[in-house]
Design a protein around this ligand. Structure first.
Ligand SMILES: Nc1ncnc2c1ncn2[C@@H]1O[C@H](COP(=O)(O)OP(=O)(O)OP(=O)(O)O)[C@@H](O)[C@H]1O
Ligand SMILES: [Mg+2]
Length: 334
C-alpha cells in the first residue's frame, strides 16, 4: 500500500519573504492528489520541501512515523528513497544517454549488477513507451519523450510517493491525454501516493481523487475532487473554471478598485460546469480510491452542477480506449 503524507502547519520563506504559511493537508495513501495555484505561488517549492530538498521554517511532514524537517541529513537520505520526483524541467543529464539517465538512481542508490539494472531500466522504459530510444541523448528527442524519460527515472526505485511537477506542460493535448492515462495506470499498478502539480484544468478535473489550491500564500482548499468541483468559494471557482471574473488577477491578487468595478458592472458568473467522471485505468480494473460518481456530493448534501457525471461509464471509457492503446503500442514514437 502507498504511504500517507501528513503535512501540518508548514511555512516557508526565502530571505524574510514568505512563500506560503500554515499549510495543513494529508495526502491519502495510494490516492492521486492534484495541487493547483497561480504561477509563482510556491507549488514547486512545496514539492521540494516535501522531498526534503528545502527546509521549511516551521511545521511538520509526517511519513511513516518520521517527521522530515526534524531528521538528520543521513536519515533524510534514507526517507528520500521513498520518493520519485519528476521535476518541472525534467532535470535529465544532457551528456548521458536516456538509458544512463534512467539507470542513474539504481547505480547511485542500490548494489544491483548491470544485468539487474538492465532489466529494471528496460521495464520502466517500456512502461513509458520509450523502448528504442535508449541510446539517444536528451537533446536528440522531443519534449514529450524527455518528460517520459524523466518519469521512467522517477519510477526506477519503485517509489511509494511520486511527485510530478507539471508533467503535462509543453505537451500537445493528445500526448497530455496519453500521459494522464499513464499516470492513472501507474497509480493502479504501483499503489503509490501521487501528487501532481499542473496548470491543466482538464487534468485537474478528471485525473485526481483530491484537489488542493494554493493562493496568496495559503492553502485555499484541499479535499476530495467533488468538493472543489462543486465549490462556489470565489477563488476555487474562478481557478477551477479558468475564468477572469473573480478575486485572482494578472498579478495574482486583483486590487480593490478592480474588484469594485467588477461588482458594480454586475458581472454575473456563468453556472458551474458539470463535474466529469474520473479517468479509469486502461486495464479495466478499478482505481485505488474508487468512489461512486457523485458519492461525496450525496454524502454532504451538495447538489452537483447540472449534467454532472453524465459522461460514459468507466467500462464504456475502456471500450473506447482499447483500440487507441493498441495503436499506441504499435507505433510508440513521439
Ligand atoms: N531557492 C530559492 N531561493 C529564493 N527564492 C526562491 C527559491 N525557489 C523559489 N523561490 C521563490 O519562491 C516563489 C515560488 O516559486 P515556485 O517556483 O515554487 O512557484 P510555482 O508555484 O511553482 O510557479 P510556476 O507555476 O510558475 O511553476 C517565487 O517567488 C520564487 O522566486
Ligand atoms: Mg513550478
Amino acid at each position: 500500500m502507498g504511504v500517507e503524507v501528513v503535512v501540518q502547519g508548514l511555512t516557508k520563506s526565502f530571505g524574510g519573504q514568505p512563500v506560503w504559511s500554515d499549510i495543513t493537508l494529508s495526502l491519502p495513501a495510494g490516492e492521486i492528489s492534484v495541487l493547483l495555484g497561480p504561477s509563482g505561488t510556491g507549488k514547486s517549492v512545496f514539492l521540494k520541501t516535501l522531498v526534503g530538498l528545502l527546509r521549511p521554517d516551521r511545521g511538520d511532514i509526517w511519513i511513516e512515523g518520521r517527521n522530515l524537517p526534524r531528521l538528520s541529513e543521513r536519515d533524510l537520505y534514507e526517507v528520500r528513497k521513498l520518493f520519485g520526483v519528476l521535476f518541472q524541467d525534467g532535470a535529465l543529464f544532457g551528456s548521458m544517454t536516456i538509458y544512463d539517465n534512467v539507470a542513474f538512481p539504481l547505480r547511485e542508490h542500490t548494489r544491483k549488477s548491470e544485468s539487474e539494472i538492465r532489466a529494471v531500466v528496460t521495464e520502466k522504459l517500456d512502461m513509458v513507451g520509450l523502448v528504442g530510444a535508449e541510446k539517444k541523448l536528451p537533446g536528440e528527442i522531443s519534449g514529450g519523450m524527455r518528460k517520459r524519460a524523466g518519469l521512467a527515472r522517477a519510477l526506477v526505485l519503485d517509489p511509494q510517493i511520486v511527485l510530478f511537477d507539471e508533467p503535462d506542460s509543453g505537451l500537445d493535448p493528445v500526448r497530455t491525454a496519453y500521459l494522464n492515462q499513464l499516470i492513472i495506470d501507474l497509480n493502479q499498478r504501483t499503489d503509490a501516493t501521487f501528487l501532481i502539480v499542473t496548470h491543466d484544468i482538464n487534468t485537474a478535473r478528471t485525473v485526481p481523487d483530491n484537489i488542493g489550491l494554493i493562493y496568496h500564500g495559503h492553502l485555499a482548499m484541499f479535499g476530495p475532487r467533488e468538493m472543489l468541483l462543486s465549490s462556489t468559494e470565489p477563488v476555487v471557482r474562478q481557478f477551477l473554471n479558468a475564468q477572469r471574473i473573480g478575486p485572482i488577477g494578472m498579478a495574482e491578487e486583483k486590487d480593490a478598485e478592480e474588484l469594485q468595478a467588477e461588482a458594480e458592472a454586475g458581472v454575473e458568473l456563468p453556472p458551474l460546469p458539470p463535474i466529469p467522471v474520473q479517468l479509469q485505468p486502461s486495464n479495466g480494473l478499478r482505481r485505488r480510491a474508487e468512489r461512486q460518481p457523485g458519492q461525496w456530493c450525496r454524502d454532504h448534501g451538495v447538489v452537483p452542477p447540472a449534467g454532472s457525471f453524465d459522461g460514459p461509464r468507466p467500462d464504456e471509457q475502456l471500450a473506447a480506449e482499447l483500440p487507441r492503446r493498441t495503436r499506441a503500442r504499435e507505433g510508440a514514437a513521439g
